[in-house]
Design a binder for this molecule. Sequence first.
Ligand code: SF4
Length: 368
Amino acid sequence: MTIWNPWHGCKKLSPGCANCYVYRRDESIGKDASIVTKTNDYNLPIKKTRQKEYKITPDDGTVYACMTSDFFLEEADEWREGVWDIIRERSDLDFVIITKRIHRFEECIPFDWGDGWGNVTICSTCENQDRADYRLPILLDLPIKHRAVISEPMLEDIDIEKYLKSGLIEHVTCGGESGPNARPCDFKWIKEVRRQCIRAGVPFTFKQTGAVFIMDGKIYHIDRKLQMAQAKKSGYSYIPGMGMADKIPYELPLRKTLFEGLARSDFRSRFYLSADDRKYIADKGMDTIRSHAADFVTKRLSSENPENDGKQTPMRGHPVFIAQHATACCCRGCLEKWHHIPAGKVLNEEEQKYIVDVLMDWIEKEVG
Ligand code: SF4
């Protein structure tokens, strides 16, 4: 990976900028980050050795442009054309441009951009729902070959599923905020976007916890050195079909704790077996109901990304469906939230048996 900062300094634009690390770092050395200047690295990707070969080669990895500014900043308009010339010349390198100013894209692209350049990924940031709903429709509408989304600092729960379902977003990254004034990032927000990515088949990276990380309602202050390592250790990054969720450590809840929690939930506790359900159970017998439950779990829940996940369990029509809603075994999101079984994991035999046991426990309690 190569960082290329052709200009330095930026103007704050949206809530994600409040604790901008460029400002923080510049302040620590007595510099004003709001003054935007062209840097000595402006030509970095085309600098050559004495043998007249490019210093940066494709082996150096992806080139991240403007990491101490914003590529589409107004103050850099006069320098951008030269940067496009450099990117055009280095068509052998992959460039990533991360921006909060996707709304300026069309007025900033080069004459020969066409429907996009294959070596350029445009990554729009969205720190909250408001910015996601403003920027992502613009990102999807533009002529771009490779699109990505980053939510860092992630400031709240964000629903980007409808944008992911377009099939046009290739990658999503989420992470918390670092620094002394960091705003908290809740693990449940990270997990939620990850589940949206799984359902849409989009790779997801959990990049860093940030300095203030909330997990299961508890606040943790994480040392800067550990923020990326902890995110990596969690195993919550995801690439479809790679079995990455198999490595996520988790513990199933105690049955007693689970049922006490379900009883406290207004939504879960409103489910009950109808007279027809009870008659069906009496006619078929518990062994048959258990085999139906096992079949539903295998067919509708066990794969890495079950079809129609979140809507695969009808609200009526079989006593097992009712038990699934009552015990939060209805979709992979509920299984993760209530039973801690990571979304994106192919359920093994033991996990499937656990779910069937929970369903049958509930049904047996109901029929008395
Ligand atoms: S756009 Fe990025 S670099 Fe610019 S102020 Fe905001 S966070 Fe900082």
